[in-house]
Each structure stands twice: as C-alpha cells, then as structure tokens.
Design a binder for this molecule. Structure first.
Ligand code: FAD
Length: 289
C-alpha cells in the first residue's frame, strides 16, 4: 500500500484538510489510525491525507445526546465516562472488542464506519442507537442517518467528503430501558463472525414500546432487523416471542461463507445472539421471561 505514496499530508485545520482532499481527488486517500488501510493493497493511491491533527478527537455529552469526533479512538470510547453511561455502555463495550489494545489505541470510530466493513463492531451499535454522521467537503456539510451511509461491502455514500462527527440522539426517557451488545469471534481479538446490538423500552406492564435490533457481518452492510423489531413492538416478551424473533432475524440476514465461518453458521448464530441480546435487555428493563 505505502510503497507508491508520493506525498503524506498532515493538515492541522479542518479547512486545510478539506481543500487537500479536494486537491488530491481520486488518487488520494484519507488516513486516520491506518489499521484498515495498512491491510489494503490499493496501489492507485499516491497521496495520503492524515486527519488525526484536526481536533476531531472528542466525546461531548449533553441533554440532546452525544457527539463524537471522527478521530476518537476505540481506546478513548472504551474508557470515556460519557460513553460508558450511554445506553448501557454498549458503544464502550463494542469499542473494547476492536482487536488488541495496540489496535484500539490507533483505530478510530470514523475509520471503523468509513471503511464500511459489514463486520465493523461500532456500526451495529450506532445503527441501534439511531446515530447520524456529519460529513463535510470544501463545498458543503451534511448530516446523514447511519442507516443510509452504506452502499455495499466496503462502500459508503461519501463523495469526496470527510466524516467529521457522529451524533447519537438521547434515548427516549420515561420507561424501563435495556441495552445489549453481543459479539461472536473466533478469538477475543478477531473481527466478528456475527455481532448484534439491541435496545428496548418496556411500559409499566412490561409490554415493549419500541425495540431496536442491529446486526453486523451477516449481510453486505450492517443492518437493522426491521421485521424482528416490528414483531416485538407492542408485545410482551416471552419464550415464544423470542423464538419467532429469532426466526425473523434468520430471514432478514444474508450472510456469506468465508475463511472464518459458513453462511449457515452465521445465520444460526444471528438468531442465537439476537435472542441473547434481547434476554439481557429484558433483564435490565425488569421484564421477567
Ligand atoms: C489486527 C486487527 C484487528 C482488528 N479487529 C477489529 C475488530 O475486532 N472489530 C472491528 O470493528 N474492526 C477491527 N479491525 C479493523 C480496524 O481496526 C477498524 O475498522 C478501525 O476502526 C479503522 O479505523 P482507522 O482509523 O484505523 O481507519 P483507517 O485505516 O485510517 O481508514 C479506514 C478507511 O476509512 C477511510 N477513513 C478513515 N477515516 C475517515 C473519515 N473520518 N472520513 C472519511 N473516510 C475516512 C480511509 O480513507 C480508509 O478508506 C481490526 C484491524 C486490525 C489490523
């Protein structure tokens, strides 16, 4: 990857970075922690634009939710009190599973999303949290729902743009909430064979007001299992409903077979992890199964 690089830029302001990204065009590549780029053999890249000096390493919580700068590392997310207190700490838990400590010290959350791997661990969580991403070019700035950010495996909808910030809205209050992140990998530091993020809110009688279920590594892009979410809404969680939700999840995923696992195994495990996640959510929300 790096033997064809003619120039390595290290801008120190966002404006400078955006102008450089425009100038280098298709022969340039943004680089943050470099933990994905270093494994990719893209020999057409001539210029690298390092974005780690732009002041985008921050976590800000307020009553409206939370904003995270794109170059915030997994290690920072893992230990941030704001992120640990948000939605049962599922984003901190996901960040803590992103490879070894050496990897987590370098890997950024913006890179995890922009790289658009279907297996990215923060993607499923941020989908379940209804996150949006702020993206900017030298000409404009826009906000996109994360659910619309992906266009295929390792493809996103950025057009010469930089992902600058992730915005997580505050969870609806006034009810019994539960959240869960589940990951299945071959080893503790390996990428996911399947990952699941779930959240739900129950009313005073234990009926589910809303549920969110997102999965990674089981389709071309990280996905929300909308049919399974719909099955949960308005109902009381019990073993029969969990079985039906598992069946719905298996229909919504479209995994592939690769060197890590077969499609059949991933499909089965999607249901297992979804049920496990919902059980954890139920326990937190005080729902007895
Ligand atoms: C040993 C190892 C283990 C790993 N384990 C895991 C794991 O368990 N779970 C997991 O999810 N990932 C894992 N990864 C993958 C990787 O660490 C993450 O995806 C990481 O978050 C990528 O961030 P980065 O800053 O290193 O991205 P980079 O490598 O710098 O960039 C990745 C891609 O995103 C683009 N990009 C980066 N930042 C931006 C931005 N702000 N705006 C627009 N484009 C941008 C780059 O141009 C590039 O195409 C692992 C990697 C390694 C090497």
């Amino acid at each position: 990857m790096f033997d064809h690089i003619e120039r390595f830029y290290q801008p120190t302001t966002l404006r400078e970075a955006l102008l450089l990204i425009r100038k280098v065009g298709k022969r340039g590549r943004i680089v943050a922690g470099a933990t994905d780029i270093v494994t990719q053999a893209d020999r057409s890249t001539r210029f690298l634009v390092d974005i780690t000096r732009l002041g985008l390493n921050y976590v800000q919580g307020n009553h409206r939710g939370c904003s995270i700068g794109a170059t915030t590392t997994m290690a920072v997310l893992e230990h941030s009190p704001v992120i640990r207190a948000l939605a049962g700490g599922i984003l901190a838990k996901a960040a803590a599973t992103c490879g070894s400590i050496q990897n987590r010290n370098m890997a950024t959350v913006g890179g995890n999303l922009a790289n658009a791997s279907p297996a990215a661990d923060t993607a499923a969580v941020l989908l379940a949290l209804d996150a949006q991403v702020v993206v900017a070019s030298s000409r404009r700035k826009r906000k996109i729902a994360l659910a619309e950010f992906y266009s295929g495996p390792h493809q996103n909808t950025l057009i010469g743009e930089l992902l600058t910030e992730i915005v997580i809205p505050a969870s609806p209050g006034g009810g019994r909430l539960g959240w869960s992140f589940q990951k299945l990998g071959r080893t503790e530091t390996d990428i996911s064979l399947v990952n699941v993020a779930a959240g739900l809110q129950a009313d005073a009688r234990g009926r589910i007001k809303w549920a969110r279920l997102a999965l990674g590594a089981v389709g071309p892009i990280p996905l929300r299992a909308r049919n399974a979410e719909e099955l949960l809404r308005g109902n009381s969680l019990n073993e029969d409903l969990l079985t039906r939700v598992g069946e719905a999840v298996m229909k919504e995923v479209s995994p592939i077979s690769d060197s890590r696992a077969s499609a059949e195994y991933r499909r089965e495990m999607s249901a297992v992890l979804a049920r496990r996640a919902l059980r954890e959510c139920a326990a937190q929300a005080g729902i007895k199964l």
